[in-house]
Design a protein around this ligand. Structure first.
Ligand code: TXA
Ligand code: MG
Length: 533
């Protein structure tokens, strides 16, 4: 098929070309059109057979529905079964513009457009050429981005020509796209409305009109195995350039340090403007660090440039997910197949009875670069003056457990809390979640920095801390050896030692389910044992 190219620089003077493009659409042919977001691959949305050609030309999976593009708000009523008042408010605020809303589907729209769903996505683009072509066609235009499925969306006519020449009737060249990432997609078919794809209209702007708006978890996370995609487009590998991209967490200094430490792991860098010399790698830029719109505008171009350079492995700077940056992150994370560097470290929980030598094991792990989190120290911190758990304890056990200076009278609390099982459980239900949360936050910070986090917790299992660990370790030693160590260390009576062991019976039983057991007794082979972790 020969693809006709119409280059439009003046709509008024080029009416005949607009008309020619519109005639192809009416005749059931495909026409690529410029929009303010990315180029779209259009077909008459009322003609199921025409719409089928889109899926063939793009190699698009049949179950991924299309957006219907309109030129007037009043067209909503012919496309949607119901038009809620909230849709009209959104349209008044952000149409024409980079916003798609999902509404219940009307009967005029064939199932090919919605991929069988009973909802339909609708958008009114602001690009004057898109508006002129849709108006001239006299029909709503179903259009996905005009790229081969899986590749970056085209932000200039040349990219559409590269992908679609010979496959479609016509390409309307209306210059470079203003925003460079696809429209914001919000569904009004759920309560509350939900953001399915972030774009240039931000979630804050949606909330200003709609009130509560949920953000679908797939916006910034890979779809969990087997999970149902609210928006079918989110389940496909998307925006993927040929190069393997990895996002380096942290600021410019962290990026430069990581690149310097791993000189053989990348052959190109994707950085912000002005950072060209941060690494010796050849680089491509995508906007300014503090300007998400400029990043959106450049991102897909930059990905294509990396491919054109022949880049195989790319280290990318990490954009901030604020405002329009949420859309930038959504596209870049997918382009990177959610690869982040440094690779997140593991969270390891270590438990062990008194005298088992848990601290020795933790020290060895520290020497190997792990961050040690002391759960006992965190337990004391959750009852420091001013902490929320302390307030709850005072409510539950009496205001007089707080001294005049706000500190906790531990002895008084103990005398009340250990009076019976019910009271002990109440104490635990107040303090343990707070301890777990403190440990979790610290472990998360360590792993985000690529470090292994070790939680040293005598009550790893009884407190529920085991649930936030990737791996649990039980340090063990025979009772006689443990008793001897305690005697030498703490100088306490055998009776007290026996009491201490009895108090740890529950944890000892639970810790049988630890993933790994480390033997800290003769013949000492701790180094060997730790290598198994
Ligand atoms: O900016 C844009 O939106 C561009 C220009 C051409 O308008 N179009 C675009 O279309 O990006 P496309 O097909 O690449 O992305 C449409 C997204 C897909 O993720 C699709 O799954 C989702 O919208 N979508 C469409 N109809 C839907 C529906 N009824 N329910 C949920 N998601 C829907
Ligand atoms: Mg697309």
């Amino acid at each position: 098929m020969k693809t006709e190219i119409f280059t439009i620089t003046n709509i008024e003077q080029q009416r005949s070309e607009i008309e020619a493009a519109a005639a192809y659409l009416r005749a059931g042919e495909l026409v690529a059109i410029p929009t303010e977001t990315v180029y779209g691959l259009g077909a008459n949305a009322l003609d199921g057979n025409a719409v089928k050609k889109i899926f063939a030309a793009k190699g698009r999976p049949q179950d991924n529905p299309l957006i219907v593009h309109i030129a007037e708000v009043s067209e909503l009523y012919a496309i949607a079964r119901e038009v809620p008042e909230s849709a009209l408010r959104l349209a008044a605020a952000y149409w024409p513009g980079p916003l798609t809303m999902i509404l219940p589907k009307g009967d005029a729209i064939p199932p090919e457009v919605s991929a069988g769903l009973d909802t339909v996505a609708i958008r009114m683009p602001s690009h004057p050429v898109a508006n002129a072509v849709i108006r001239a066609a006299g029909v709503p235009v179903a259009a996905p981005s005009a790229n081969i499925s899986g590749f970056p969306s085209p932000t200039a006519a040349q990219y559409v020509i590269d992908d679609m020449n010979g496959r479609i009737a016509a390409i309307v060249d209306g210059g470079d796209c203003e925003y460079g990432i696809e429209s914001t997609v919000v569904t009004l078919a759920t309560d509350p409305p939900e953001l399915l794809r972030p774009g240039a209209v931000t979630v804050e702007q949606l909330r200003a009109i709609l009130g509560e708006v949920a953000v679908n978890p797939a916006v910034l996370n890979p779809l969990a195995e087997g999970a149902q995609a609210a928006s079918p487009g989110m389940k496909y590998k998307h925006y993927s350039p040929r190069a393997e991209i990895s996002i380096v967490r942290g600021d410019l200094a962290a990026f430069a340090a990581y690149c310097a430490a791993h000189p053989d792991d990348a052959d190109a860098a994707l950085v912000f403007e002005g950072e060209e010399t941060a690494t010796p790698l050849p680089c491509v830029t995508f906007g300014r660090e503090d300007d998400a719109l400029s990043q959106a505008h450049r991102l897909f171009d930059a990905l294509r440039e990396l491919d054109a350079m022949g880049a195989k492995k790319v280290f990318a700077r990490s954009p901030s997910p604020q405002g329009v940056g949420l859309g930038v992150c959504n596209r870049l994370y997918r382009a990177a197949a959610f690869r982040f560097l440094p690779e997140p470290g593991k969270i390891i929980g270590v438990t062990g009875a008194s005298g088992s030598g848990k601290s020795t094991v933790c020290d060895l792990l520290r020497q190997r670069g792990a961050v040690i989190i002391d759960a006992d120290a965190e337990a004391r911190r959750v009852t420091e003056p001013g902490s929320p758990a302390l307030g709850r304890l005072a409510t539950a056990f009496g205001a007089d457990i707080l001294r005049p200076d706000g500190s906790l009278d531990r002895r008084l609390l103990a005398s009340r809390a250990f009076a019976d099982k019910e009271k002990t459980d109440l104490l635990v239900s107040i303090t343990h979640p707070a301890i777990v949360e403190r440990c979790r936050a610290q472990a998360q910070a360590a792993r985000d920095a690529g470090r292994t986090a070790v939680i040293d917790a005598p009550l790893l299992f009884s407190s529920g801390l085991d649930k936030i660990c990737d791996l649990t370790v039980r340090v063990e030693a025979p009772e006689a050896i443990r008793a001897a160590r305690i005697r030498a260390r703490d100088n306490i009576s055998d009776e007290e030692i026996a009491k201490r062991f009895a108090a740890q019976a529950e944890e000892a039983a639970l810790s049988r389910s630890a993933d790994v057991a480390i033997r800290n007794y003769p013949p000492y082979e701790l180094e060997e044992e730790i290598k198994r972790i």
